[in-house]
Design a protein around this ligand. Sequence first.
Ligand code: SAM
Length: 271
Amino acid sequence: MTIDKKSLINWVGGKRLLRKTIEPLIPTDIKSYIEPFGGGGWILFYKQRWADLEIYNDLDGRLVNLFRIVKYHPNAFKEEYKYLLGSREMFLQYLNAKPFTDIQRAVQFYFLITRSFGGRGETFGTVKKSCGGASKSQRNVLDKIDAIHQRLDKVMIENRDFEKLINQYDFEGAFFYCDPPYSKGCGYAVTSTADFDHERLRDTLKNIKGRFLLSYDDSPKIRELYKGFEMVEVERLNGINNREGTNRENKIFKELLIANYPIKEIFNNGR
Ligand SMILES: C[S@@+](CC[C@H](N)C(=O)[O-])C[C@H]1O[C@@H](n2cnc3c(N)ncnc32)[C@H](O)[C@@H]1O
């Protein structure tokens, strides 16, 4: 079963809406493809293979455990998952459950993320119109597990801080797609928005031997940090987790794509 270019989960800050824009900007002559901020892996899973060596990394051990279990124990995962219901009662039970095994932990995390509002794993997700939230098909999930299991076959999965990871895997043929927490907006379990050190990331990327492509929110701070690098502006509809205050209207959200190799020309020609 081949992957349908989709991830297993909707993750806060996930690049589902930007994957078609980002794909042509990723060079094809790379020897390794590395995502230091893997999250839901929307760019990784957009293609059947980016390079001979591929690495998924995230500091959040729950994500890493989920992808490791799907990679190494897909049948055990499916066996645990297949009797779960899209029910509010079960969601609340799982929210407070203390799983014993890594397989149970992966199933609990996956269940809470996919059945919750905005993929945050906190409140039970309901929908009025489309087929999201609790109405999601259980059978599709089981098929998806098989597809992601196959896609991860040769992908290395790491659970490190970005700086150690980038320094460890850097060389002339390396390519890093970096999608760090935004400078403004929601934080993550592993780093709040206030705590993430954007200067440390810039200093790490500044002198690498390989190439990087970075996606960020468009803010004066980020423009200043990456002055001198190639930069293009992109627009997308705002995701649910980035809306500020009570304004729930869809609005345009501006992002920057930044690279240490030429991207402007490819981007402008592709538009
Ligand atoms: C914007 S999300 C990545 C979304 C991903 N590109 C996708 O398409 O789903 C940022 C990720 O960075 C991770 N993260 C935060 N601080 C980190 C750190 N110091 N090192 C590695 N990962 C980190 C978070 O856990 C989160 O999953």
